[in-house]
Design a protein around this ligand. Structure first.
Ligand SMILES: Nc1ncnc2c1ncn2[C@@H]1O[C@H](COP(=O)(O)OP(=O)(O)O)[C@@H](O)[C@H]1O
Ligand SMILES: [Mg+2]
Length: 285
């Protein structure tokens, strides 16, 4: 599996602050969904700002397709075209008078034709299921709607990699499900996604790969099942194992789930295990 984006030995300190990144290594694999998991203050947002070239590390490198990314004006512009970043607070990203105008801003800046911009905006709004909001002023929308507008703005740039900072923060369960469905749609189109969260259950349900992050370093990275079953690494990161992973392990140990069957990733899969338990009890009577 090819590595599309890589951070090597990043160090960074904010002016007057402590070290926010302290020798950070991370790989993002092409076409995968990566969850960057860590407690508040671990340095996740700082990392994303390095992965799209907004911040330059004091030491270390960011590689795009194996080549060191450049920090000159042109290099950074090209970098940001390939690596889109959606900030945690949509109000930091939205500014135009209408949703359609906001989403067209990036593509217009790329110098695309008006017809191409219109096409991309239409596609991005459809992908995020907000076509009906096109003419609305962003500041009159709900928080969840604003989040989707901010993501549509990034999607309209057709980045190879989309970085999302805490995409589910502030959303209710339905809003989160809605957003994840939209992101699944993007993934179907071949996009590589990386998102930060402190929600282990979200990471388990949705990510292919997981990086555990604490105090400015990645302490463990790999496929979601390997990393999220590593209790010591989770404890070191001040996190607990995902509920459905624990349920699945328990189901295996009591013979409800065969070793070659996948662990439950969605709540429906967990409930199906309870149905099995019920059927087994009936057949034993
Ligand atoms: N603009 C800033 N100025 C100074 N310190 C900052 C700034 N932003 C973040 N920090 C500090 O850097 C560390 C990492 O923060 P951040 O990347 O926001 O973590 P996370 O996103 O995981 O919550 C924290 O100690 C935080 O206080
Ligand atoms: Mg953050």
């Amino acid at each position: 599996m090819g590595v599309i984006l890589e951070a090597q030995g990043l160090h960074y300190a904010y002016p007057g602050g402590g070290e926010a990144l302290a020798g950070l290594d991370l790989t993002v694999r092409r076409g995968r969904r990566l969850a960057i998991l860590g407690a508040n203050g671990a340095g996740k947002t700082t990392l994303l700002l390095h992965l799209n070239g907004t911040l330059a590390p004091a030491r270390g490198h960011v590689l795009l397709d194996g080549a060191a990314a450049g920090y000159g004006r042109a290099g950074r512009a090209a970098w940001r075209r390939r690596v889109g970043l959606v900030l945690q607070a949509p109000d930091d990203q939205l500014f135009a008078a209408s949703v359609a105008e906001d989403v067209s801003f990036g593509p217009l800046n790329l110098g695309l034709s008006e017809a191409e911009v219109r096409r991309r905006v239409g596609e991005a709004l459809a992908a995020l299921d907000i076509a009906d909001l096109a003419e609305r002023p962003p500041h009159m929308l709900s928080f969840g709607q604003k989040k989707r507008v901010a993501i549509a703005g990034a999607v309209a740039m057709r980045p190879d990699i989309l970085l999302l900072d805490e995409p589910s923060a502030g959303l209710d369960p339905q809003g989160t499900a809605h957003l994840l469905a939209a992101l699944d749609h993007l993934r179907g189109d071949g996009a590589t996604l990386a998102f930060t969260t402190h929600d282990v259950d979200l990471a388990w349900t949705w990510a292919d790969d997981v990086a555990l992050f604490t105090a400015g370093r990645v302490v463990r990275q790999g496929d979601a099942e390997t990393v999220l079953a590593d209790r010591d690494a989770l404890t070191a990161t001040r996190l607990r194992p995902p509920f459905l992973l624990e349920l699945g392990q328990k189901a295996r140990s009591c013979g409800l789930l065969r070793a070659d069957e996948p662990l439950p990733r969605r709540s429906a899969d967990g409930l199906a295990l309870l149905d099995r338990a019920e059927n087994r009890n009936h057949s034993q009577i």
